[in-house]
Design a protein around this ligand. Structure first.
Ligand SMILES: Cc1cc2nc3c(=O)[nH]c(=O)nc-3n(C[C@H](O)[C@H](O)[C@H](O)COP(=O)(O)O)c2cc1C
Length: 324
């Protein structure tokens, strides 16, 4: 069994975490990952206090294991954050502050509520800023990942952040979908891995079945980093683009961001309808390059167990063979 110090810090069995995904409301998925010994996380972006309370109640009805609540700092509602703090999750998972935001008071409030704090960073300066503000764990998120990401790939980013943050433990994210990815993360100096796309294609994921199948069918070469999903949604992110499948929606608007802005209202209606209908060509489909490693929709617990077992086998049997 693989155990790293982060397992003790976050009170989990396996160093495997679910990324908080604000656009995906999935208490069952959160509970399944936590029950399997990983760290589940509920994305709270866009949720009001009552929805957060209901989500946490649904998670706690299914597990008494630790889980995280995830907030995007640039767009955090005070009433939602206050409600989350009252619920005292084991972990508060933060990401995406604006450059002008003071992080310390926000992180201090989470610590005062008894939470451990993970903080996602796509670059070394952000990681240092989070550590200075008191983060307990840095999630080093490479550009291969699904959803909003920065520009640096995981392979150089993870060790650069590990070197920069000293004794603060790091979780690697972006492009990891199996035990090989977890072992690579450990070799790069991280203490575990955080995954998004792999869990989107799980039984408990609330995505439309067509979208899960689109992840399984994707070869991982067919994603694009763009602002298009955000322009259609009428949102501005603080220095991020999002990785999604290169489908009809992306092909139509790529290079024509100005035209999408002009037609934003009608494009949004089309996107929302496509989401409801499971139309994989017209709905933006967030996924990482690791979609090419995902060959079946599986129960979340099985995903956690398979990753843990495969990583163990590589560490115990495959890699030692290379030592002389
Ligand atoms: C659909 C989707 C929504 C996401 N939303 C959030 C979010 O609200 N907060 C956050 O911290 N990360 C979010 N992420 C990023 C994940 O937490 C994670 O860093 C990323 O998925 C890792 O890369 P992978 O997809 O290759 O595993 C999202 C990712 C996806 C695919």
């Amino acid at each position: 069994m693989i155990r790293t110090p982060i397992c003790d810090l976050l009170e989990i069995e396996h160093p495997i975490a679910l990324g908080g995904m604000g656009s995906i409301y999935a208490p069952d998925l959160v509970a399944a990952v936590s029950n399997a010994g990983g760290l589940g996380a509920m994305g709270c972006h866009g949720l009001g206090p009552d929805q957060i309370r209901a989500g946490v109640a649904a998670i706690r009805a299914k597990t008494d294991k630790p889980f995280a609540l995830n907030f995007l700092i640039f767009d955090m509602r005070e009433d939602s954050f206050a409600a989350a703090l009252e619920l005292c999750p084991r972990v508060m998972a933060f990401a995406w502050p604006r450059a002008d935001q003071d992080l310390k008071p926000i992180l201090d409030r989470a610590h005062a509520a008894g939470c451990k704090i993970t903080f996602m960073a796509g670059g070394v300066p952000e990681a240092r800023r989070a550590v200075e503000a008191g983060a307990d764990v840095i999630v080093a998120q490479g550009t291969e990942g699904g959803g909003h990401v920065s520009w640096q790939a995981s392979m150089p980013l993870v060790p650069m952040i590990v070197d920069a943050v000293g004794s603060v433990p790091v979780l690697a994210a972006g492009g990891i979908a199996d035990g090989r990815g977890l072992v690579a993360a450990l070799a790069l100096g991280a203490q575990g891995a955080l995954l998004g796309t792999r869990f989107l294609a799980s039984d408990e994921s609330p995505l439309h079945p067509n979208f899960k199948q689109a992840i399984v069918d994707a070869d991982g070469h067919d994603t694009l980093l763009s602002e298009l999903p955000d322009i259609a949604a009428g949102k501005v992110w603080p220095g991020a683009m999002s990785r999604s499948k290169r489908n009809g929606f992306i092909e139509r608007w790529a290079g024509q961001e100005w035209a999408l802005r002009q037609n934003q209202a009608s494009a949004l209606v089309r996107v929302q309808t496509a989401r409801k209908n499971g139309d994989i060509h017209e709905a933006p489909l967030s996924m990482g390059q690791d979609a090419g490693l995902i060959h079946a929709v599986l129960p979340a617990a099985e995903i956690v167990m398979r990753i843990a077992r495969e990583a163990e086998t590589i560490l115990a049997k495959t890699l030692p063979r290379f030592l002389r």
